[in-house]
Design a protein around this ligand. Structure first.
Ligand code: UD1
Length: 342
C-alpha cells in the first residue's frame, strides 16, 4: 500500500481527494494547518471510507517541521500538494502573505522531495493561468497570460518552480492539474466546501442564499457577449476532480508519464452561464433563488472552458458527473451542515 502525503488534505478539494485515494487502497497522511479547514473533516472522511487517515497539524511555512516530517516519512511514494491560500481579493490586499503561503511552502516541500530516490508530485494549478484565452475551448498549449492577481501569479510561479526542478532531476516527476471551476460535494453530504465568511464563489453563494444566510445573489453582469449575457465557466464536480488526482498519481507511480513535467486541464469541456447554473440549482432543489442582475465584477473574464482531450486520452480520465449532479450535491451539503450547526 503506497503512502501518499496530501497537504491541505482537510480542505475542499483535498478532503474529496483523500476519500478517492483511500478508496483506491492508498495509505494517506494528511498535513493541514487548519487555517482554512476544520478538524471535524477528519472524522467526516473516516465516516465515508471507514479508515482514519494519519493527520499532522503542520504549518508548511515552518521549514524545520517540513524537514522533520520527511525524516519521519521518507517512504512517501507521492505528494499531492493542495495547501495554499486561494482568495483572489485577499491576495490583492496582502500579496506577500500569498507569496509566503503559496511559494515558500512549495519550495520547502520540493527541497525535501528532491532528497528521496524518486518522487512523484501533483500540483494544484488553475485555469486562471490562461487569463482570457484567445481561443475556446482552452488547450494546454494556450499561452499563459500575465496574472490578474498575486493568487494567480503564485500558480504560474509554482508551475515554473516545479518545471525547473524537473529539468535538473530526472527522478522527480510532476503533474500540474489546471482546474477549471470546482463545485459540488460528496454524495454522502459528509464533506463539501466550507467558505469562511461571505463566499466569493458562485455556488456557495447560491446555496447560502437559498438556505437564508444571504439575502440575495448578485449576478455580476448580464451584458457580456454570451448567449444570455452572463459569464461562462466550466464547472467541474469536485468528486470528478478528486478522481483526476488519483489517476494522475497512478500515472507517475506506474511511470506512464511521457515527460517528467506534464500539465493537464481538468474540466468538463462544457461551458455554462451564470444563469444556467442558477436554473440548474432551481431545478434540482425545487427552490426559487432570490437574485438580481448587478454590475460586472472587476477582473472577471468573459468565458473559459476546457479542451479536455489531453486528460481524456493521456490520463484516461473524463468528467462523469453533470452540472445538475453537482448542484444537487452542493445543496444537500448546505442543508446538512446547517442542520448540524443549528
Ligand atoms: C475565481 C477566481 C479564480 C479562482 C477560482 C477558484 C476571480 C476573478 N477568479 O474564479 O482565480 O481560481 O475562483 O474557484 O475571483 N458570480 C456571480 N455572483 C457571485 C459570484 C460569482 O455572478 O456572487 C459569477 C462570476 O462573475 C463568474 C462566475 O459566477 O462569472 C463564477 O465565479 P467564481 O465562482 O467566483 O469563479 P471564477 O471567477 O471563475
Amino acid at each position: 500500500m503506497a503512502k501518499i502525503l496530501v497537504t491541505g488534505g482537510l480542505g475542499f478539494i483535498g478532503s474529496h481527494t483523500v476519500v478517492e485515494l483511500q478508496d483506491e487502497g492508498f495509505e494517506v497522511v494528511i498535513i493541514d494547518d487548519l487555517s482554512n479547514s476544520s478538524i471535524d473533516t477528519l472524522e467526516r472522511i473516516t465516516s465515508i471510507t471507514g479508515v482514519q487517515p494519519v493527520f499532522e497539524q503542520i504549518d508548511l511555512k515552518e521549514k524545520n517541521k517540513v524537514i522533520d516530517f520527511f525524516n519521519r516519512h521518507n517512504d512517501v511514494k507521492g505528494v499531492i500538494h493542495f495547501a495554499a491560500s486561494k482568495a483572489v481579493g485577499e491576495s490583492v490586499e496582502q500579496p506577500l502573505k500569498y507569496y509566503e503561503n503559496n511559494i515558500n511552502t512549495l519550495v520547502y516541500v520540493l527541497q525535501e522531495l528532491q532528497k528521496l530516490e524518486t518522487s512523484n508530485f501533483i500540483f494544484s494549478s488553475s485555469c486562471t493561468v490562461y487569463g482570457q484565452a484567445d481561443e475556446l475551448p482552452i488547450t494546454e498549449n494556450a499561452p499563459v497570460k500575465m496574472a490578474e492577481s498575486p493568487y494567480g501569479n503564485t500558480k504560474q510561479i509554482g508551475e515554473e518552480i516545479i518545471q525547473d526542478s524537473c529539468r535538473v532531476n530526472e527522478n522527480f516527476n510532476a503533474i500540474a492539474l489546471r482546474y477549471f471551476n470546482p463545485i459540488g460535494a460528496h454524495e454522502t453530504a459528509n464533506i463539501g466546501e466550507l467558505p469562511i465568511g461571505v463566499p466569493q464563489n458562485l455556488v456557495p453563494f447560491i446555496t447560502q442564499t437559498a438556505i437564508g444566510i444571504r439575502e440575495q445573489l448578485s449576478v455580476f453582469g448580464d451584458d457580456y457577449p454570451t448567449s444570455d449575457g452572463t459569464c461562462i465557466r466550466d464547472y467541474i464536480h469536485v468528486v470528478d476532480l478528486a478522481k483526476a488526482h488519483v489517476v494522475a498519481l497512478q500515472r507517475l507511480i506506474g511511470r506512464n508519464n511521457k515527460e517528467n513535467y506534464e500539465t493537464f486541464n481538468i474540466g468538463t469541456g462544457k461551458g455554462s452561464t451564470v444563469l444556467e447554473v442558477i436554473k440548474s440549482f432551481e431545478k434540482v432543489s425545487g427552490e426559487k433563488l432570490n437574485y438580481k442582475i448587478a454590475e460586472r465584477r472587476a477582473g472577471d473574464i468573459i468565458a473559459a472552458y476546457a479542451d479536455t482531450s489531453k486528460a481524456n486520452n493521456e490520463l484516461g480520465w473524463k468528467a462523469e458527473l453533470t452540472l445538475d449532479d453537482a448542484m444537487a450535491s452542493a445543496w444537500k451539503w448546505e442543508q446538512n451542515i446547517r442542520k448540524v450547526s443549528s
